[in-house]
Write a protein that binds this ligand. Sequence first.
Ligand SMILES: [Zn+2]
Length: 395
Amino acid sequence: MNPVLTFLALFICSLAAGQDDVLITSDFPGGNIEILSMDQDTIRLKPDNSFTKGEWFYWYFKASNIAGKKITFKLEQENVIARYGPGYSINNDHAWKWYGENRILENSFTFSFSDEDSIAYFSTAFPYLEKDLDQFLSTLVNRKYLEVDTLCFTPEGRAIEKVLIKPVLADPDHKILITARHHACEMMANYVMEGIIETLLNDNNCNQVRNTVEFMFIPFMDKDGVENGEQGKNRIPRDHNRDYVGDPVHHSTAALREFVPEWGDQKLAIAIDLHCPWIHTSINETIYVVGSSDPEIEKGQIMFSKMLESNANGDLKLYHKDFIPFGTSWNTSSNYSAGMSFAKWASTLESVQLSCTIEFPYANVSGIPVSKDGARAFGKAVAYSINDYLQFLDQ
Ligand SMILES: [Zn+2]
Protein backbone atom coordinates (compact mmCIF):
# COMPACT_ATOMS: atom_id res chain seq x y z
CA MET A 1 0.00 0.00 0.00
CA ASN A 2 1.08 3.57 -0.64
CA PRO A 3 3.07 4.49 2.52
CA VAL A 4 1.36 7.88 2.82
CA LEU A 5 -2.07 6.29 2.65
CA THR A 6 -0.96 3.62 5.10
CA PHE A 7 0.10 6.30 7.54
CA LEU A 8 -3.11 8.25 7.07
CA ALA A 9 -5.21 5.12 7.43
CA LEU A 10 -3.43 4.15 10.63
CA PHE A 11 -3.66 7.72 11.93
CA ILE A 12 -7.39 8.00 11.22
CA CYS A 13 -7.84 4.52 12.58
CA SER A 14 -6.02 5.32 15.80
CA LEU A 15 -8.06 8.50 16.27
CA ALA A 16 -11.26 6.56 15.89
CA ALA A 17 -10.18 3.52 17.83
CA GLY A 18 -10.44 3.07 21.52
CA GLN A 19 -8.54 0.31 23.27
CA ASP A 20 -11.32 -2.16 22.63
CA ASP A 21 -11.90 -1.30 18.99
CA VAL A 22 -10.97 -3.47 16.05
CA LEU A 23 -7.71 -2.46 14.38
CA ILE A 24 -7.50 -2.61 10.58
CA THR A 25 -4.04 -2.53 8.98
CA SER A 26 -2.36 -3.13 5.63
CA ASP A 27 1.28 -2.41 6.55
CA PHE A 28 2.51 -5.90 5.68
CA PRO A 29 3.61 -7.58 2.41
CA GLY A 30 0.76 -7.47 -0.11
CA GLY A 31 -1.46 -5.34 2.16
CA ASN A 32 -3.95 -3.04 0.44
CA ILE A 33 -6.91 -1.16 1.90
CA GLU A 34 -8.32 2.30 2.42
CA ILE A 35 -10.37 2.76 5.56
CA LEU A 36 -13.30 5.11 5.04
CA SER A 37 -14.97 4.92 8.44
CA MET A 38 -15.21 2.79 11.56
CA ASP A 39 -18.34 2.65 13.69
CA GLN A 40 -18.97 0.33 16.61
CA ASP A 41 -19.59 -2.75 14.51
CA THR A 42 -19.39 -1.60 10.88
CA ILE A 43 -16.20 -0.80 9.01
CA ARG A 44 -16.37 0.82 5.57
CA LEU A 45 -13.42 0.17 3.28
CA LYS A 46 -12.31 0.23 -0.33
CA PRO A 47 -9.33 -0.97 -2.39
CA ASP A 48 -6.35 1.37 -2.61
CA ASN A 49 -6.12 2.21 -6.33
CA SER A 50 -2.84 4.16 -6.10
CA PHE A 51 -0.77 4.21 -9.32
CA THR A 52 -3.74 2.71 -11.22
CA LYS A 53 -5.63 4.21 -14.14
CA GLY A 54 -9.25 3.87 -13.06
CA GLU A 55 -10.30 1.32 -10.47
CA TRP A 56 -9.35 -2.34 -9.99
CA PHE A 57 -10.47 -4.77 -7.31
CA TYR A 58 -7.52 -6.06 -5.27
CA TRP A 59 -7.57 -5.59 -1.49
CA TYR A 60 -5.97 -7.40 1.47
CA PHE A 61 -6.20 -6.31 5.12
CA LYS A 62 -5.61 -7.54 8.64
CA ALA A 63 -8.13 -7.17 11.44
CA SER A 64 -6.91 -7.52 15.03
CA ASN A 65 -8.43 -6.99 18.48
CA ILE A 66 -11.38 -9.02 17.22
CA ALA A 67 -12.02 -11.66 19.92
CA GLY A 68 -15.72 -12.25 20.53
CA LYS A 69 -16.82 -9.44 18.21
CA LYS A 70 -19.31 -9.42 15.38
CA ILE A 71 -18.15 -7.01 12.68
CA THR A 72 -19.64 -5.98 9.35
CA PHE A 73 -17.13 -5.10 6.63
CA LYS A 74 -18.61 -3.00 3.84
CA LEU A 75 -16.62 -2.53 0.61
CA GLU A 76 -17.49 0.85 -0.93
CA GLN A 77 -16.53 -0.01 -4.51
CA GLU A 78 -18.56 -2.15 -6.90
CA ASN A 79 -17.27 -5.54 -8.07
CA VAL A 80 -14.51 -6.13 -5.53
CA ILE A 81 -15.82 -9.36 -4.01
CA ALA A 82 -15.59 -12.51 -6.12
CA ARG A 83 -18.26 -15.21 -6.52
CA TYR A 84 -17.60 -17.14 -3.31
CA GLY A 85 -17.08 -14.14 -1.02
CA PRO A 86 -13.76 -12.87 0.33
CA GLY A 87 -10.81 -15.14 0.94
CA TYR A 88 -9.97 -15.28 4.66
CA SER A 89 -7.45 -16.75 7.07
CA ILE A 90 -7.91 -16.75 10.85
CA ASN A 91 -5.18 -16.70 13.54
CA ASN A 92 -2.33 -17.04 11.04
CA ASP A 93 -3.41 -20.52 10.00
CA HIS A 94 -2.54 -19.75 6.33
CA ALA A 95 -5.45 -22.01 5.37
CA TRP A 96 -7.15 -19.54 3.07
CA LYS A 97 -10.81 -20.31 2.45
CA TRP A 98 -13.74 -18.64 0.72
CA TYR A 99 -16.19 -17.12 3.19
CA GLY A 100 -19.21 -18.16 1.08
CA GLU A 101 -21.36 -16.61 -1.62
CA ASN A 102 -24.49 -16.54 0.51
CA ARG A 103 -22.80 -14.41 3.13
CA ILE A 104 -22.38 -11.38 0.85
CA LEU A 105 -25.05 -8.71 0.96
CA GLU A 106 -24.63 -5.50 -1.05
CA ASN A 107 -20.81 -5.64 -1.04
CA SER A 108 -20.66 -6.34 2.67
CA PHE A 109 -20.08 -9.37 4.88
CA THR A 110 -20.44 -9.90 8.60
CA PHE A 111 -18.05 -12.06 10.58
CA SER A 112 -18.63 -13.35 14.11
CA PHE A 113 -15.23 -13.93 15.68
CA SER A 114 -14.84 -16.43 18.50
CA ASP A 115 -13.27 -15.59 21.85
CA GLU A 116 -10.10 -17.37 20.68
CA ASP A 117 -9.71 -15.35 17.46
CA SER A 118 -6.94 -12.77 17.62
CA ILE A 119 -6.08 -11.96 13.99
CA ALA A 120 -8.02 -12.29 10.74
CA TYR A 121 -6.85 -11.61 7.21
CA PHE A 122 -9.33 -10.90 4.42
CA SER A 123 -8.61 -10.47 0.72
CA THR A 124 -10.03 -10.64 -2.80
CA ALA A 125 -8.64 -14.18 -3.04
CA PHE A 126 -5.65 -16.15 -1.62
CA PRO A 127 -2.56 -13.91 -1.50
CA TYR A 128 0.76 -15.20 -2.88
CA LEU A 129 3.95 -13.34 -2.03
CA GLU A 130 7.72 -13.85 -1.99
CA LYS A 131 7.47 -15.74 1.31
CA ASP A 132 5.05 -18.21 -0.31
CA LEU A 133 7.44 -18.80 -3.20
CA ASP A 134 10.34 -19.31 -0.75
CA GLN A 135 8.28 -21.80 1.23
CA PHE A 136 7.29 -23.67 -1.94
CA LEU A 137 10.85 -23.79 -3.30
CA SER A 138 12.18 -25.06 0.04
CA THR A 139 9.87 -28.08 -0.07
CA LEU A 140 10.79 -29.25 -3.58
CA VAL A 141 12.59 -32.54 -4.09
CA ASN A 142 14.64 -33.74 -7.07
CA ARG A 143 16.58 -30.50 -6.67
CA LYS A 144 19.48 -31.43 -8.91
CA TYR A 145 17.40 -30.12 -11.82
CA LEU A 146 16.55 -26.90 -9.99
CA GLU A 147 18.44 -23.61 -9.96
CA VAL A 148 17.17 -20.41 -8.35
CA ASP A 149 18.81 -17.23 -9.57
CA THR A 150 18.00 -13.53 -9.99
CA LEU A 151 16.70 -11.91 -13.18
CA CYS A 152 17.35 -8.37 -11.91
CA PHE A 153 16.67 -6.04 -9.00
CA THR A 154 13.62 -3.80 -8.73
CA PRO A 155 13.67 -0.01 -8.19
CA GLU A 156 13.08 -0.75 -4.48
CA GLY A 157 16.01 -3.19 -4.36
CA ARG A 158 14.09 -6.48 -4.35
CA ALA A 159 15.45 -9.48 -6.25
CA ILE A 160 13.21 -10.77 -9.05
CA GLU A 161 13.55 -14.55 -8.93
CA LYS A 162 14.48 -16.62 -11.95
CA VAL A 163 13.72 -20.30 -11.37
CA LEU A 164 15.37 -22.75 -13.76
CA ILE A 165 14.66 -26.42 -14.33
CA LYS A 166 17.33 -27.83 -16.61
CA PRO A 167 18.87 -31.10 -17.76
CA VAL A 168 21.78 -32.30 -15.66
CA LEU A 169 23.71 -34.36 -18.19
CA ALA A 170 23.18 -32.72 -21.59
CA ASP A 171 22.46 -29.42 -23.31
CA PRO A 172 18.72 -28.87 -23.75
CA ASP A 173 16.99 -29.48 -27.09
CA HIS A 174 14.37 -26.81 -26.34
CA LYS A 175 13.86 -23.92 -23.95
CA ILE A 176 10.60 -22.72 -22.43
CA LEU A 177 9.79 -19.46 -20.63
CA ILE A 178 6.87 -19.10 -18.21
CA THR A 179 6.02 -15.84 -16.42
CA ALA A 180 3.42 -14.54 -13.95
CA ARG A 181 2.40 -11.35 -12.14
CA HIS A 182 2.91 -8.90 -14.98
CA HIS A 183 -0.16 -7.62 -13.14
CA ALA A 184 0.77 -7.59 -9.47
CA CYS A 185 -2.66 -8.48 -8.09
CA GLU A 186 -3.08 -11.70 -10.10
CA MET A 187 -2.11 -14.00 -7.27
CA MET A 188 -3.86 -17.22 -8.29
CA ALA A 189 -1.51 -17.56 -11.29
CA ASN A 190 1.30 -18.48 -8.87
CA TYR A 191 -0.52 -21.56 -7.55
CA VAL A 192 -0.82 -22.71 -11.18
CA MET A 193 2.91 -22.08 -11.59
CA GLU A 194 3.63 -24.17 -8.49
CA GLY A 195 1.75 -27.06 -10.11
CA ILE A 196 3.75 -26.73 -13.33
CA ILE A 197 7.11 -26.65 -11.50
CA GLU A 198 6.31 -29.55 -9.18
CA THR A 199 5.07 -31.71 -12.07
CA LEU A 200 8.09 -31.00 -14.24
CA LEU A 201 10.44 -31.87 -11.39
CA ASN A 202 8.78 -34.98 -10.01
CA ASP A 203 6.16 -36.52 -12.27
CA ASN A 204 7.22 -39.72 -14.04
CA ASN A 205 5.40 -38.61 -17.19
CA CYS A 206 7.86 -35.71 -17.40
CA ASN A 207 11.07 -37.76 -17.17
CA GLN A 208 11.99 -37.13 -20.76
CA VAL A 209 11.09 -33.46 -20.85
CA ARG A 210 13.03 -32.87 -17.63
CA ASN A 211 16.15 -34.35 -19.22
CA THR A 212 15.90 -32.58 -22.58
CA VAL A 213 14.29 -29.17 -21.98
CA GLU A 214 15.35 -26.10 -20.01
CA PHE A 215 12.56 -24.12 -18.33
CA MET A 216 12.79 -20.59 -16.98
CA PHE A 217 10.09 -19.30 -14.64
CA ILE A 218 9.71 -15.67 -13.55
CA PRO A 219 7.11 -15.86 -10.76
CA PHE A 220 6.85 -12.10 -10.05
CA MET A 221 7.37 -9.76 -13.01
CA ASP A 222 6.05 -6.83 -10.91
CA LYS A 223 7.76 -7.78 -7.63
CA ASP A 224 7.52 -4.33 -6.00
CA GLY A 225 3.83 -4.19 -6.90
CA VAL A 226 3.23 -7.64 -5.43
CA GLU A 227 4.99 -6.91 -2.14
CA ASN A 228 3.59 -3.37 -1.85
CA GLY A 229 0.04 -4.62 -2.42
CA GLU A 230 -0.60 -2.62 -5.57
CA GLN A 231 -3.11 -3.42 -8.29
CA GLY A 232 -0.48 -3.50 -11.07
CA LYS A 233 -3.19 -3.86 -13.70
CA ASN A 234 -3.50 -0.60 -15.67
CA ARG A 235 -0.48 0.78 -13.80
CA ILE A 236 0.40 4.37 -14.76
CA PRO A 237 2.08 5.18 -17.19
CA ARG A 238 1.75 1.66 -18.57
CA ASP A 239 1.59 -1.71 -16.90
CA HIS A 240 4.22 -4.45 -17.14
CA ASN A 241 2.21 -6.36 -19.74
CA ARG A 242 2.24 -3.40 -22.12
CA ASP A 243 5.96 -2.72 -21.69
CA TYR A 244 7.33 -4.81 -24.56
CA VAL A 245 7.75 -2.10 -27.19
CA GLY A 246 9.90 1.05 -27.32
CA ASP A 247 11.94 2.04 -24.29
CA PRO A 248 10.95 -0.13 -21.32
CA VAL A 249 9.47 1.62 -18.31
CA HIS A 250 10.08 -1.23 -15.85
CA HIS A 251 13.29 -2.95 -14.71
CA SER A 252 11.99 -6.52 -15.06
CA THR A 253 10.68 -6.11 -18.60
CA ALA A 254 13.92 -4.37 -19.64
CA ALA A 255 15.93 -7.26 -18.17
CA LEU A 256 13.74 -9.94 -19.76
CA ARG A 257 13.77 -8.27 -23.18
CA GLU A 258 17.55 -8.15 -23.06
CA PHE A 259 18.19 -11.56 -21.51
CA VAL A 260 15.73 -13.88 -23.26
CA PRO A 261 16.87 -13.59 -26.90
CA GLU A 262 20.42 -14.52 -25.84
CA TRP A 263 19.34 -17.22 -23.38
CA GLY A 264 16.88 -18.63 -25.94
CA ASP A 265 19.80 -19.41 -28.27
CA GLN A 266 17.48 -20.44 -31.17
CA LYS A 267 15.95 -23.05 -28.86
CA LEU A 268 13.15 -21.05 -27.24
CA ALA A 269 10.06 -22.93 -28.45
CA ILE A 270 7.29 -21.98 -26.02
CA ALA A 271 6.48 -18.85 -23.99
CA ILE A 272 3.51 -18.78 -21.61
CA ASP A 273 2.30 -15.86 -19.48
CA LEU A 274 -0.05 -16.70 -16.62
CA HIS A 275 -2.75 -14.18 -15.72
CA CYS A 276 -6.03 -13.81 -13.83
CA PRO A 277 -8.91 -12.07 -15.63
CA TRP A 278 -11.52 -9.62 -14.35
CA ILE A 279 -13.41 -10.66 -11.24
CA HIS A 280 -16.92 -11.53 -12.51
CA THR A 281 -19.10 -12.66 -15.41
CA SER A 282 -19.01 -15.26 -18.19
CA ILE A 283 -15.56 -15.52 -19.77
CA ASN A 284 -13.87 -14.30 -16.56
CA GLU A 285 -15.18 -17.34 -14.72
CA THR A 286 -13.54 -19.84 -17.07
CA ILE A 287 -9.93 -20.81 -17.77
CA TYR A 288 -8.96 -19.85 -21.31
CA VAL A 289 -6.19 -19.14 -23.78
CA VAL A 290 -6.03 -15.68 -25.37
CA GLY A 291 -5.78 -15.78 -29.19
CA SER A 292 -2.97 -14.11 -31.13
CA SER A 293 -3.41 -11.77 -34.11
CA ASP A 294 -0.73 -13.84 -35.91
CA PRO A 295 -2.49 -16.74 -37.71
CA GLU A 296 0.54 -19.06 -37.42
CA ILE A 297 0.82 -18.48 -33.67
CA GLU A 298 -2.96 -18.86 -33.34
CA LYS A 299 -2.77 -22.32 -34.94
CA GLY A 300 -0.36 -23.46 -32.23
CA GLN A 301 -2.51 -21.85 -29.53
CA ILE A 302 -5.60 -23.72 -30.70
CA MET A 303 -3.72 -27.02 -30.61
CA PHE A 304 -2.38 -26.19 -27.14
CA SER A 305 -5.82 -25.13 -25.90
CA LYS A 306 -7.23 -28.51 -26.99
CA MET A 307 -4.35 -30.29 -25.25
CA LEU A 308 -5.14 -28.34 -22.08
CA GLU A 309 -8.78 -29.43 -22.34
CA SER A 310 -7.83 -33.09 -22.56
CA ASN A 311 -5.22 -32.88 -19.77
CA ALA A 312 -7.25 -30.81 -17.28
CA ASN A 313 -8.81 -33.76 -15.49
CA GLY A 314 -9.09 -32.17 -12.05
CA ASP A 315 -12.05 -30.21 -10.68
CA LEU A 316 -11.02 -27.08 -12.56
CA LYS A 317 -11.55 -27.70 -16.26
CA LEU A 318 -10.53 -25.78 -19.34
CA TYR A 319 -12.88 -26.03 -22.30
CA HIS A 320 -11.43 -25.14 -25.68
CA LYS A 321 -14.73 -23.49 -26.62
CA ASP A 322 -13.71 -20.66 -24.25
CA PHE A 323 -10.63 -19.81 -26.37
CA ILE A 324 -11.00 -16.16 -27.39
CA PRO A 325 -9.71 -15.46 -30.91
CA PHE A 326 -8.09 -12.10 -31.58
CA GLY A 327 -10.71 -9.53 -32.53
CA THR A 328 -13.36 -10.91 -30.15
CA SER A 329 -14.46 -10.11 -26.58
CA TRP A 330 -11.87 -7.81 -24.93
CA ASN A 331 -9.08 -9.22 -27.12
CA THR A 332 -8.98 -6.46 -29.76
CA SER A 333 -6.30 -4.05 -30.94
CA SER A 334 -7.75 -1.21 -28.84
CA ASN A 335 -6.90 -3.22 -25.71
CA TYR A 336 -3.23 -3.04 -26.66
CA SER A 337 -3.08 0.68 -27.51
CA ALA A 338 -0.86 1.35 -24.46
CA GLY A 339 1.86 -1.01 -25.70
CA MET A 340 2.85 -4.57 -26.58
CA SER A 341 2.10 -7.56 -24.34
CA PHE A 342 4.59 -10.24 -23.30
CA ALA A 343 2.80 -12.88 -25.41
CA LYS A 344 2.90 -10.72 -28.54
CA TRP A 345 6.57 -9.86 -28.00
CA ALA A 346 7.53 -13.50 -27.37
CA SER A 347 5.69 -14.59 -30.51
CA THR A 348 8.06 -12.41 -32.57
CA LEU A 349 11.21 -14.08 -31.20
CA GLU A 350 13.01 -16.40 -33.57
CA SER A 351 12.33 -20.12 -32.96
CA VAL A 352 9.19 -19.50 -30.83
CA GLN A 353 6.42 -21.84 -31.99
CA LEU A 354 3.85 -21.24 -29.27
CA SER A 355 3.31 -18.03 -27.31
CA CYS A 356 0.21 -17.44 -25.27
CA THR A 357 -1.50 -15.94 -22.27
CA ILE A 358 -3.52 -18.29 -20.08
CA GLU A 359 -6.22 -16.62 -17.99
CA PHE A 360 -7.01 -18.41 -14.72
CA PRO A 361 -9.90 -17.06 -12.58
CA TYR A 362 -9.56 -15.75 -9.03
CA ALA A 363 -12.48 -17.67 -7.56
CA ASN A 364 -14.90 -19.39 -9.89
CA VAL A 365 -14.05 -21.82 -12.71
CA SER A 366 -17.27 -22.76 -14.50
CA GLY A 367 -19.17 -23.06 -11.21
CA ILE A 368 -16.39 -24.72 -9.16
CA PRO A 369 -14.58 -22.75 -6.42
CA VAL A 370 -10.85 -22.29 -7.01
CA SER A 371 -8.63 -23.84 -4.34
CA LYS A 372 -4.86 -23.80 -4.06
CA ASP A 373 -4.71 -27.51 -4.86
CA GLY A 374 -7.18 -27.12 -7.73
CA ALA A 375 -4.96 -24.43 -9.24
CA ARG A 376 -1.89 -26.65 -8.79
CA ALA A 377 -3.74 -29.53 -10.48
CA PHE A 378 -4.43 -27.26 -13.43
CA GLY A 379 -0.69 -26.45 -13.43
CA LYS A 380 -0.07 -30.17 -13.83
CA ALA A 381 -2.31 -30.09 -16.93
CA VAL A 382 -0.21 -27.22 -18.29
CA ALA A 383 2.99 -29.25 -17.76
CA TYR A 384 1.45 -32.29 -19.49
CA SER A 385 0.26 -30.12 -22.39
CA ILE A 386 3.76 -28.67 -22.80
CA ASN A 387 4.98 -32.27 -22.94
CA ASP A 388 2.38 -33.10 -25.62
CA TYR A 389 3.18 -29.98 -27.62
CA LEU A 390 6.90 -30.75 -27.63
CA GLN A 391 6.16 -34.27 -28.86
CA PHE A 392 4.22 -32.70 -31.72
CA LEU A 393 7.15 -30.37 -32.51
CA ASP A 394 9.66 -33.22 -32.46
CA GLN A 395 7.63 -35.48 -34.77
ZN1 LIG B 1 -3.26 -9.86 -16.20
